[in-house]
Design a protein around this ligand. Structure first.
Ligand code: URP
Ligand code: ZN
Ligand code: ZN
Length: 459
């Protein structure tokens, strides 16, 4: 059914104007004043509301065997939660472990998503070891429409790569024009510090941050940057959490290294005092890199406004309370991750645009457009223009509410942002012109989502 959104305030990364917007056959076909609509058109009044391009979350985990358990969401639960929160496309980390075959892993991750997502999606392909098959398999995966790799400098012996494997991956990425995303922490130091703390009887979640201090993340970031510099590859630091790591990334950027930076909403909104809460309350806030000293939050918000941080993602990774309790005896056994896919946009809008000093165009850029540009989805995704996919978020800046596990849609029995107020929320969300969320409720097709094929752009 054609769709006409009337009289909304359209806001993109670089423009802001009031107009009507008409979409047909999945794409935006007209933008203008007083547009007519044929009979049978779904007409939506967006007066008093913003119309944003569908938001893109460039870092989520949905199917994830990790730390002796599995993340809780399916594509159905994650995509419905994403859409209610205004995210119309996500990029999932395809993460076969070091013991698994990359191509078999890729097929497995694809099969979990195929026909099961309500929104569009693609993958970053993790390279977790380098063996004689790896290069050929990665070439095949890129031919299948994947234009980004992922490496972990952390998680020794599970996801983590050695420096030689990072070098091989980046050489291939450079040749293929693929951008490589990286979790930057020094795996050896984390392993050593974990053992030291446990041997001293320091077993609770409050010690998680001490086992992965800021300097360990800064070292990983700097080393990744040095490898980018010496291979000429393009890179993207995921979930950067602290000033020393930011300084390392910016120093490389100033030398001309093609390095980009992501922060995630937990690091912008939370700090290590959450992980210091007693018992399971602390465990619920264990992720890696850890929640940091509160002083880092202002550094990250300022860097976001200044464009030193490119994107804001979630690192969505839901575990429930029972899973978190696997780490009762030792913080090293707490499954790492915090669910956030539903709340990212509302939190960024509220504490950035509404109550903070984040420019509304930077908000759209960081939560949508920049990811589309970096990861080969632009202009099909990430903006509002004639000819682009009609992924749209009609955002009501007057819908105040409070984040709670009682009302969220992710498959987890807690919400890490419990009790936080939000100043606005999506009232209507479309994916390729199909209304998936109306009046803030999911009313759509849970199988509508498609895998997005991407071409490498980083030659
Ligand atoms: O704690 C986190 N971040 N869990 C998910 C895995 C990762 O490192 O991204
Ligand atoms: Zn990570
Ligand atoms: Zn992650």
């Amino acid at each position: 059914m054609p769709l006409l959104i009337r009289n909304g305030e359209i806001v993109t990364a670089d423009s802001r104007f009031r107009a009507d917007l008409y979409a047909e056959d999945e794409t935006i076909t007209h933008i203008g004043s007083n547009l007519d609509a044929p009979p049978g058109t779904d007409i939506v009044d967006a007066s008093g509301k913003f119309v944003f391009p569908g938001f893109i979350d460039p870092h989520v985990h949905i199917y994830l065997p990790f730390m002796s358990t599995f993340a809780k969401d399916t594509h159905e639960t994650a995509s419905v939660a994403a859409l209610i929160g205004g995210t119309t496309t996500y990029i999932e980390m395809c993460c076969p472990s070091r013991a698994e075959d990359a191509l078999a892993g890729y097929e497995l991750w694809k099969s979990k998503a195929n026909g099961s997502s309500a929104c569009d999606y693609t993958f970053h392909m993790s390279v977790t070891r380098w063996d004689p098959q790896t290069e050929g398999q990665l070439r095949e995966i890129v031919r299948d429409g994947i234009a980004s790799f992922k490496i972990f400098l952390a998680y020794k012996n599970f996801f983590g790569v050695e420096d030689g494997e990072m070098y091989q991956t980046l050489r291939l990425a450079k040749e293929l024009g693929v951008i490589t995303t990286a979790h930057c922490e020094n795996a050896e130091l984390v392993a050593r510090l974990q053992q030291l703390l446990l041997s001293q009887g320091k077993t609770g979640p409050a010690w998680h941050e001490s086992s992965r201090p800021e300097s360990v993340e800064a070292e990983g970031t700097g080393r990744f940057a040095t490898f980018l510099e010496n291979t000429g590859a393009a890179g993207y630091v995921v979930h950067l959490s602290c000033k020393p790591a930011l300084d390392a990334a910016l120093a490389a950027k100033s030398r001309g290294v093609r390095i980009h930076v992501e922060s995630v909403i937990p690091h912008l909104m939370l700090d290590k005092s959450y992980a210091e809460r007693p018992g399971v309350e602390g465990m619920k806030h264990v992720m890696s890199p850890p929640l940091r000293h509160a002083s880092n939050r202002k550094v990250l918000w300022d860097a976001l406004q200044s464009d030193f941080i490119d994107t804001v993602a979630t690192d969505h990774c839901p575990f429930d309370t029972a899973q978190k309790l696997l780490g009762s005896e030792a913080f090293t056994q707490i499954p790492n991750g915090i669910p956030a896919i539903e709340d990212r946009v509302n939190l960024l809008y509220t504490y950035g645009v509404s109550r903070g000093s984040l420019d509304i165009h930077r908000f759209v850029d960081a939560a949508s457009t920049r990811a589309a540009k970096l990861f080969g989805l632009f202009p099909r995704k990430g903006t509002i223009a004639v000819g682009t996919d009609a992924d749209l978020v009609v955002y009501d800046p007057n819908q105040r509410s409070t984040i709670s596990v009682r009302t969220h849609h992710v498959n987890s029995d807690y919400n890490g942002f419990e009790g936080m107020e939000i100043d606005g929320r999506p009232s209507l969300v479309t994916v390729r012109g199909k209304v998936q969320v109306r009046d803030c409720q999911f009313i759509g097709d849970k199988t509508l989502g498609r895998m997005l094929r991407r071409e490498p752009t980083w030659h």
